[in-house]
Design a protein around this ligand. Structure first.
Ligand code: NAD
Ligand code: UDP
Length: 320
């Protein structure tokens, strides 16, 4: 099996490349290194079945592959809002290029969609049948609408051209190799705690998220690609829901930090609550996440401590 992973040098992509190599695939990691890092895949470069291609998914490309995982897209608000037009192009033109390739070489193709397609949901927990509550002109729209349009393209290529698609709607996922400065809540809180800085809670911290550890998610990716019963969309995430305030308290406890909590204004269109309904994932993939938040956070904290030791992030005096 030869498999292409777009966005393969990113947080999720690098874990996926690792998993595919461990299952005997030849892996082509395509990335423009906007938010991905060579360091994330450096340890894989020794493997003769692993190849890196510096390329942008908005430009067409040709490779002979059996599977494609399309993960290329900045995922954190700071990065996807940095150049919102480019974000839309990456989702939409990137999907067209990947789907065109899948059609030509008859590859099975996976789309990393997102719970953001539900926007600020009025249905809770969110089922795949829920059509969402997205502000099409707000600051998150470049990401949310880009991903919604990519889903449209996946289903049109499937209906019109028989392309063998799989669409996953991924909920908040965390773990080692998240970027320390990308503003996502788990990495932000851990870095702040290790530095002994104030933990910045946006709003009152009453908004909820459900956090999935990366290893659980990658297992679900593989199961979705290997099964024949559904093309999706399938929600993938952890249904254990926490308020952002609870998350902050957990991070302080697990790092043993003396950090205090500081409240900051809530960003525009920040969803109030989010929790996946996993009925389809259970039915078709026989999958539920098994790694509890405390354990996943410990692994992630250990990763950031290692980075600090290697001098790759500054964590200040409170670091041990
Ligand atoms: P990430 O930013 O670490 O990874 C994205 C990767 O795509 C990076 O390596 C980046 O350099 C690359 N990339 C961006 N634009 C590109 C382009 N035009 N051409 C080629 N490569 C490009 O983010 P992640 O968390 O690993 O997310 C991976 C995918 O999963 C994204 O599509 C994201 O939308 C989706 N997703 C992630 C989460 C999550 O919680 N991590 C949740 C929902 C969906
Ligand atoms: N958040 C926060 N402090 C931070 C970073 C994020 O309170 O330093 C909040 C953010 O407002 C949101 C939640 O944490 O309500 C999750 O944010 P993230 O950007 O990680 O993911 P998303 O909003 O895309 O779910």
């Amino acid at each position: 099996m030869r498999t292409l992973v777009t966005g393969g040098a990113g947080f999720l992509g690098s874990h996926l490349c690792e998993r595919l190599l461990s299952e005997g695939h030849e892996v082509i990691c395509l990335d423009n290194f906007f938010t991905g890092r060579k360091a994330n895949v450096l340890h894989l470069e020794k493997n003769p079945r692993f190849e890196i291609m510096r390329h942008d998914v908005t430009d067409p490309f040709k490779v002979e592959v059996d599977w494609i995982f399309n993960l290329a897209c900045p995922a954190s608000p700071i990065h996807y809002q940095y150049n919102p037009i480019k974000t839309v192009k990456t989702s939409v033109v990137g999907a067209i290029n990947c789907l065109g390739l899948a059609k030509r070489v008859k590859a099975r193709i996976f789309q990393a969609s997102t719970s953001e397609v539900y926007g600020d949901p009025t249905e809770h927990p969110q089922r795949e049948t829920y059509r969402g509550n997205v502000n099409p002109i707000g600051p998150r729209a470049c990401y949310d609408e880009g991903k919604r349009c990519a889903e449209t393209l996946f289903f049109d290529y499937h209906r019109e051209n028989g392309v063998d698609v799989r669409v996953a709607r991924i909920f908040n996922t965390y773990g080692p190799r998240m970027l320390e400065d990308d503003g996502r809540v788990v990495s932000n809180f851990i870095i702040q705690a290790l530095r002994g800085e104030a933990i910045t809670i946006y709003g009152k911290g009453e908004q909820t998220r459900s956090f999935c550890y990366v290893d659980d998610l990658i297992e679900a990716f593989m199961r979705l690609m290997k099964q024949e019963e559904t093309v999706g969309p399938v929600n993938l995430g952890n249904p254990s829901e926490f308020t952002i305030l609870e998350l902050a308290e957990k991070v302080i406890e697990l790092t043993g930090s003396g950090s205090k909590i500081a409240f900051r204004p809530l960003p525009a269109d920040d969803p109030l609550q989010r929790q996946p309904d996993l009925a389809l994932a259970k039915k078709y993939l026989g999958w539920v996440p098994v790694i509890p938040l405390d354990e996943g956070l410990r692994q992630t904290i250990a990763f950031f401590r290692e980075l600090a030791k290697a001098g790759r992030v500054q964590t200040g005096a409170s670091d041990s």
